[in-house]
Design a binder for this molecule. Structure first.
Ligand code: GLY
Length: 378
């Protein structure tokens, strides 16, 4: 066991107790809410997001399913199930949905089905998997991102959605879903991952040939920069593709990104800049990149050999503990735990350096991973 991992045991036990207290208060206040970003310290219902189709709508129930699994407290289960039922409106009206159906139904329906065997949840999740598979372009071998007139767009974030396809393949014993997920991941290696371990957020491909036409900056500073949440999606996403498929190329890709990410965190006192290649001023943080990176590094540590697992595990602990010490709000009167999350480098004041629901989700998952109380939601 590495130095950081060995010394984190007491810390993580204390954090788990604080999580239970804070989340009990948040559940009591947010029985009928799908939270995203608190306003004046309180979550609002879908008002800051794009309504019922918003890509983050699964993270609050996902966090609650993680806590339900760890504690068996029924309050978490009931609150999570209420959101899952509300999301039926999105499945039914369909047109606002895009590649992020994985984020939305892995954390609600797949989680529910895995933990309780709920057959309605299984049906919802298979429906979502079919929507995701339907976005596949066989000429370019990729899953199209977003909607509108963008038939050649792929984004690094989508790697986190394809575990829904891996789940569907196992669930109905049909290899098509996993084949689509793997082809998309191979294309992401070719088109989004750079040789130095950094990655593009977006690549615009020819929908006829799959040739790369352009790589815009997306939610990062600019084309060629290094949006830190994008790096963390890549790190964790490739590691998960390795877990589900055993394809060594995916683990090698995850490790290449991990080494680049660790170097950049170390260079910045283990604090998460929103873009690793942006001007020195203004300093803008994105704590969500720290939390996702920590989960990804812990995932890689689980697949690493005896002599290297501490490299990933210790870095995860450094990133997690530094972010918690610097950004956490444990006041039970306010919603949101981990502050200074940022949606995009060129974002708006309401989504820059604020608590964001997915930062809290990945923080919870990382803490439960360290306690060996997590369950695989991906
Ligand atoms: N999936 C969108 C984001 O990371 O902001």
């Amino acid at each position: 066991m590495g130095t950081e991992l060995a010394s984190v045991r007491d810390w993580v036990g204390g954090i788990f107790e604080k999580l239970k207290i804070k989340l009990a208060a948040e559940c009591a206040r947010n029985q009928h809410t799908i939270p995203y970003i608190p306003e004046n310290g309180r979550y609002t219902d879908l008002e800051k997001s794009d309504g019922i189709f918003w890509w983050t709508n699964g993270f609050w129930p996902g966090m609650l399913w993680q806590m339900y699994n760890a504690t068996k407290d029924e309050l978490y289960r009931k609150t999570a199930e209420a959101v899952e039922i509300r999301l039926d409106a999105a499945l039914e009206s369909f047109e606002g949905l895009h590649h992020d159906v994985g984020f939305m139904w892995l954390h609600t329906s797949v989680a529910n089905y895995r933990l309780t065997g709920n057959k309605d949840s299984r049906r919802r999740a298979l429906h979502a998997a079919n929507i995701l598979a339907g976005r596949y372009n066989p000429a370019g071998k990729y899953i199209i991102a977003w909607n509108g007139d963008r038939p050649g767009w792929i984004i690094i974030d989508c790697l986190m959605n394809i575990p829904l396809l891996y789940w569907a393949t196992r669930e109905i014993n049909d290899p098509r879903f996993q084949m689509i997920g793997m082809e998309h991941a191979y294309t992401a290696i070719d088109r989004l991952l750079r040789p130095d371990g950094s990655c593009n957020h977006i690549a615009i491909l020819s929908p006829q040939t799959g040739d790369c036409l352009e790589t815009p900056g997306g939610q990062g500073f600019a084309s060629g920069s290094s949006w830190s949440r994008g790096q963390s999606w890549a790190l964790y996403g490739f590691a998960l593709s390795y877990r589900h498929t055993g394809e060594r190329k995916f683990l090698d890709a995850a490790k290449r990104i991990a080494h680049y990410v660790i170097a950049n965190f170390a260079q910045n006192d283990w604090l998460p800049l929103v873009d690793f290649r942006s001007p020195p001023e203004p300093v803008i943080y994105d704590s969500t990149a720290a939390m996702i990176s920590a989960c990804g590094l812990l995932e890689i540590a689980g697949h690493a050999g005896e002599f290297e697992k501490n490299l990933y595990g210790d870095a995860a602990v450094k990133i997690l503990t530094t972010a918690e010490k610097t950004f956490a709000d444990w006041n039970t009167e306010t919603d949101g735990i981990i502050g200074k999350g940022t949606a995009a480098y060129h974002g708006k004041p309401h989504d820059t350096e604020v608590p964001i629901i997915y930062g809290d989700y990945f923080f919870t998952e990382a803490v439960l991973r360290l306690l060996e109380k997590e369950f695989l939601i991906w």
